[in-house]
Write a protein that binds this ligand. Sequence first.
Ligand code: HEM
Length: 536
Amino acid sequence: GKTTAVGARAESVDAVQTARAQAGDYLTTAQGVRLPDTDHSLKAGSRGPTLLEDFHLREKITHFDHERIPERVVHARGAAAHGTFTAYGNATAASKAGFLQQGRETPVFVRFSTVLGSRGSADTVRDVRGFAVKFYTEEGNFDLVGNNMPVFFIQDGIKFPDIIHAGKPHPDREIPQAQSAHDTFWDFVSLHTEATHHVMWAMSDRGIPRSYRTMEGFGVHTFRLVNGDGATALAKFHWKPVAGVHSLVWEEAQLAAGTDPDFHRRDMADGIENGAPLEFELGLQLFPDSADETFEGIDLLDPTKLVPEELAEVQLVGKLTLDRNPTNYFAETEQVAFHTGNLVPGIEVTNDPLMQARLFSYLDTQLTRLGGPNFTQLPINCPHAAVNDNLRDGMHQTAVHQGVSPYLPNSIDAAPRPAREDEGGYVQVPREIEGRAVRENPVSFADHFSQATLFWASMSEVEKVHIVEAFTFELGKCYEQPIRERMLGVLANVDADLCAAVAEGLGLPAPAGAPAEVVPSPALSQVPPGPGSITG
Ligand code: HEM
């Protein structure tokens, strides 16, 4: 175990829970009554009917009948590990968050996942991978709920149910997109062309990672960091794998999905057990907190855009080491609840409309998935910081709260007091908010293709071949001819060669005529370097 104070507290939380469930030498009922036999039900004679009186039979079967909880609506397939985050200390100038301060060691739990498959699906399918990190900091839990790709399919979270409906197995036969018809996915992304950049990433080798230890991770959205003087900066979070970025080739991915559907989780668990921890460095891209929230012409609130590292260097600010396997898959990996709204002082959200919707979604879905509002008391979700809230009662309440006055102020109990900012209180930086209530995008969100083109142009020849093959294979599973043709029209906006190669693979003519109007983004060569180093 780790020697930090919070680490020690974590182990004691686990120990208390285990002591409740697995103490003593004898087999018992859940009520603690010792049992003489768990293999024979109580019957009226050895050939007689079973007696309703058999409390052990009833309890054993009843509990079994209720062992399952709903799998996650997305990211159902996952594997996780415990570890430690150690800060280099060079992020202090940008953020006052305690876990980023020099030498601070913070326990973490990280869950990697695919997005669309069910809990029992294969690891190596072409998909986005989740990269969710829970930092148990001394100032409360901070969750960085990211993916292995730096951009997202949609710009506004209100479309999230729609893209997921389009990507999940077809509702009639429940056959996953990855194995059969791909009509709905391609229908959606060809009609919502903001998805084009992310589709390029998904069809690239990034969509079939070799291992969890060779994936990059991204917070995707732009965050607002606040330092000890109250100064703010906009920032994007990155995870850089120490082992480098490596992918499978498509034939390997397909073979592994058949012969070892647990390929990625096995690599992680076996590696950790055999002394090969997973290692990543946390990086920050920093941008001035300007009024228009753009950087070099790139809208920082648009989650379909990245900021090229040539324009803003990724500055490494700490190291993540995953070196301990979970003890129990259900208790830890299945019951962990990540939430983009779990923030600590020094890290704030921005108005990115995708992020804003996520702030609602995670807690909401977990109320169903984990059966009510008290899942923060589960050991894996329990903060290692002191908790003193006025939340009470509810399903699965395990705390025995003292006192009679869970409200503030009160003149009866010794009540928790509100923390001022200098006592660690989470005080949002005051920001101007104005505008008419409208359902519309900023103009810059209309640029759907420039970064897809940039991505294509940055690929090596062999990577381009893989992308063409992936589009040809996946679109080849799209049985609706008009959707294929519409998608070729989208690719014409990305690159004429890409479009022609995929069209040839599909045996279709490449669309004629000029591609649709594209809003250009600034050429890299014309843009000055990013802001100075955060070390000052
Ligand atoms: C789950 C990432 C967008 C809703 C997850 C997980 C990750 C993730 C990594 C798995 C967490 C785990 O391991 O338990 C992302 C990223 C997004 C994004 C990087 C975009 C940048 C959205 C949006 C919504 C959403 C827009 C809804 C408006 C959910 C839900 C879950 C989930 C409901 C299941 C959570 C649970 O059951 O515990 N997401 N997501 N996500 N995400 Fe997202």
